[in-house]
Design a protein around this ligand. Structure first.
Ligand code: AMP
Length: 513
């Protein structure tokens, strides 16, 4: 008798996406200029590009860095890099040359892909680490796609183990140096599969993809989930409320950051009628205001499903598909993910309803920070839980609530002040759109609680009216010492309020008094 043939299990994310049965004729991606790319074409294009990468000297384990505008070839580059066993390193398109220099010298990629307009400047940086440069423009044209068009489509997906790296994503680095989060094939594959089930994705779904593809949300959550479900996506180059509302008539899911939802609500075209074909609206990457959640429900009849994740961990929690999607909460731990709240000092687990540090463990959690073994060690507990840096609590029904980043905690006169608590009070005031509470150096208190608020245009809200309204609602030590009214809060591309910028801007307001 012949010995049974051994099948090689390839844990490569690309194999997990495409080695099973899939219909090559099924639509994968549609663009606004009318291109329609089938699954068969997507796999072929990834094969062609993988051949180019190998031809340019990319070996398994090498980093392939890309700073490119969002485009279908940009997504193909990600799939090709993973398929070739390389480690994909997407870079925010807003990064300056100075910032790129840090990422490129830290990650030491063997290939850097960039917009043709930056090829010379980035080439000079890449040369320092011996990396080659290829170009890819927003229109999908460049040396990379030119070469891919001439390359073979067949490519044997490089065998990778669960634990091998598929990507490095640099954290936004609002405190200290930006760190490269090392994500494995299994981190990405397991999390997307979980989300496909949890959010009930099928091949009938059509996702409106309006997020950037250099960040976890747009690259891994939106794209991988769609591809795992063999669903399709309408690929929009950027957030465009009119285009999104128009696309809803033939779509089923939107994934967005909270600013998508607040801006869509400003459009009178957002109605029950215009959203009737949709089955799911997902929000994440920053807190969705409970008011926005309620307003969205009232206007469209859909409850936004809020979830919580981060670069280092992929997705950790989600509100339920069936059941209550609680405004202001990020839902339950996803299947296979453990979430606990601990005392930040001792690491001891805290009972429900108690505020502390959120820690997570599971197949979704990254392998560590690139070339930072000590930093990695200090962010994990001995039992394998990752210390997220987010403060929050788990309520009596098991819903997780985020109360802000640990570094945003304000310590005033020795008392801990959780910004979210004060922000919620201020946000609920008539005429207030949103607020950000920060701690600013203060001679007496260490830090002075400071509220920066945005109001409706015609609202008669000022420092005195806010302080009067808060009086008696908050303990004295939590009361803002100053309330500053601004036109808008500084936000990064993912809609996160940049409290570090606010802290810098107002760093000396108490010194002047
Ligand atoms: P990033 O690594 O850029 O994805 O940022 C991750 C951080 O965003 C988390 O650690 C949280 O502080 C924040 N975040 C993500 N999703 C949510 C959410 N639904 N509500 C509140 N904060 C969130």
């Amino acid at each position: 008798m012949n010995a049974p043939e051994k099948t090689i299990m390839n844990a490569n994310l690309f194999s997990r996406l495409f080695d099973g049965l899939y219909d090559p004729n099924r639509l994968a991606i549609e663009t606004i200029d009318g291109q329609r790319i089938s699954y068969g074409e997507l796999v072929s294009q990834a094969g062609q590009m993988a051949n180019v990468l190998v031809d340019r000297g990319v070996k398994p384990g090498d980093r392939v860095a890309a700073q490119t505008e969002k485009s279908v070839p940009g997504l193909v580059l990600y799939l090709a890099a993973v398929r070739a066993g390389a480690v994909y390193l997407p870079l925010n398109t807003a990064y300056t040359l100075n910032e790129l220099e840090y990422f490129i010298t830290d990650a030491e990629p063997s290939l850097v892909v960039c917009d043709p307009s930056r090829a010379a400047a980035i080439g000079a940086i890449a040369a320092k680490v011996g990396a080659r440069v290829e170009t890819l423009g927003a229109d999908g044209k460049g040396s990379l796609t030119d070469a891919a068009a001439k390359a073979h489509a067949e490519f044997a997906t490089v065998v990778r183990a669960d634990d091998d790296l598929a990507a490095i994503l640099y954290t936004s680095g609002t405190t200290g140096r930006s760190k490269g989060a090392m994500l494995t094939h299994d981190n990405l594959a397991s999390n997307s599969r979980t989300l496909v089930d949890y959010w009930r994705f099928t091949n009938k779904d059509v996702l409106i993809h309006a997020l950037p593809i250099y960040h976890t949300h747009g690259l891994f959550v939106a794209s991988n989930v769609t591809l795992f479900a063999q669903a399709s996506m309408i690929f929009l180059p950027k957030f465009d409320p009119d285009l999104i509302i128009k696309s809803m008539a033939r779509s089923t899911v939107l994934m967005g950051v909270p600013t998508f939802y607040t801006r869509l609500l400003q459009s009178p075209a957002l109605t029950r009628q215009s959203t009737r074909h949709m089955r799911l609206f997902v929000s994440g990457s920053a807190p969705l205001l409970a008011d926005t959640h309620r307003e969205w429900s009232a206007r469209t009849g859909h409850a936004v499903l809020e979830r919580y994740g981060m670069t280092e961990t992929n997705m950790n929690t989600s509100n339920p598909y069936d059941g209550d999607r609680v405004p202001g909460a990020v839902g339950h731990a996803l299947p296979g993910v453990s979430v606990r709240v601990t005392d930040p000092e001792t690491g001891k687990e805290l009972p429900r309803e108690t505020i502390g540090m959120i820690e997570v463990k599971g197949p979704n959690v990254f392998k560590g920070y690139w070339r930072m073994p000590e930093k990695t060690r200090s962010e994990f507990r001995d039992d394998g839980f990752f210390i997220t840096g987010d403060l929050g609590k788990i309520d009596g029904s098991g819903y997780v609530h985020i109360l802000g980043r640990g570094k945003d905690l304000v310590i005033s006169g020795g008392f801990n002040v959780y910004p979210k608590e004060i922000e919620s009070e201020i946000d609920a005031m008539p005429g207030v759109v949103e607020s950000a509470v920060i701690g600013v150096p203060h001679a007496d208190f260490g830090e002075g609680v400071t509220a920066v608020i945005v109001c409706n245009k015609d609202a008669k809200v000022d420092e005195t009216s806010v302080l009067t309204a808060l009086d008696g609602r908050l303990a004295k030590f939590k009361m803002p010492k100053r309330v500053i009214v601004v036109d808008e809060l500084p936000r990064n591309a993912m809609g996160k309020v940049q409290k570090n910028i606010l802290r810098d801007t107002y760093s000396d307001i108490y010194a002047k008094k």
